[in-house]
Design a protein around this ligand. Structure first.
Ligand SMILES: NC(=O)c1ccc[n+]([C@@H]2O[C@H](COP(=O)([O-])OP(=O)(O)OC[C@H]3O[C@@H](n4cnc5c(N)ncnc54)[C@H](OP(=O)(O)O)[C@@H]3O)[C@@H](O)[C@H]2O)c1
Length: 172
């Protein structure tokens, strides 16, 4: 493991479903993590930029799990400002949790992605190359996506049709 890979990684939403998994994986691999949530340590608030510098201090990379939701008005602006702060702090890599395709979510993705646009198939190919595992992007219907969420224990989501452009990544 290189010295650079031992630099801390900021996990926003580290007490939540996806961030919690990232935090546990970092722990397993003995990579230092910085918690970015309101409950742990020094609190991190998406809507209080005064709490960002501590979270970004020394971080080499960051996992961005925005709350309450990327699709809400103003979210992409917060993400754009956060990306700017992260770049100024020297963070080299950002990963944004997104993928439902609403306008607001896409605007936030562009803030993180910069000028190189990637389709979800491109992302799957890049992930396959980096991990050595075959990862495919399979589109699924809103109903299927709702069922997946329900199976994951998210209440009231099965078959609601509220997911306009769902995405699904499959590991092989
Ligand atoms: N639109 C899209 O394309 C798209 C796609 C995928 C996911 N998402 C969004 O991603 C999130 C789901 O991720 P998840 O399931 O991993 O999270 P989750 O289990 O819902 O947990 C949310 C996490 O964010 C933290 N948090 C909540 N409000 C916060 C705030 N104002 N400032 C800072 N941290 C805050 C919580 O910790 P504390 O309570 O300790 O602060 C918790 O760790 C949802 O917002 C979902 O809508 C959007």
């Amino acid at each position: 493991m290189t010295q650079q890979s031992l630099a801390p990684i900021l996990v926003t939403g580290g007490t939540g479903r996806t961030g919690g998994r990232q935090a546990r994986r970092l722990l397993d691999r003995r990579i230092p993590g910085i918690d970015g949530s309101r409950r742990e340590g020094a609190p991190f608030y998406w809507h209080d930029s005064g709490t960002w510098p501590r979270a970004l201090d020394g971080a080499s990379a960051a996992y961005l799990c925005y709350s309450p939701d990327l699709a809400l008005p103003g979210a992409s602006l917060v993400i754009a400002r956060f990306v700017e702060s992260a770049a100024e702090a020297g963070v080299q890599r950002l990963v944004l949790l997104s993928g439902r395709g609403e306008d607001g979510a896409r605007a936030a993705e562009r803030s993180v992605q910069g000028p190189r646009l990637l389709t979800l198939n491109d992302v799957a190919a890049e992930l396959s190359a980096a991990t050595g595992r075959r990862i495919e992007f399979l589109p699924c219907s809103g109903g299927e996506f709702g069922t997946d969420l329900a199976n994951d224990g998210v209440p009231g989501t099965a078959g609601t049709g509220m997911w306009a452009a769902p995405a699904k990544a499959v590991l092989r």
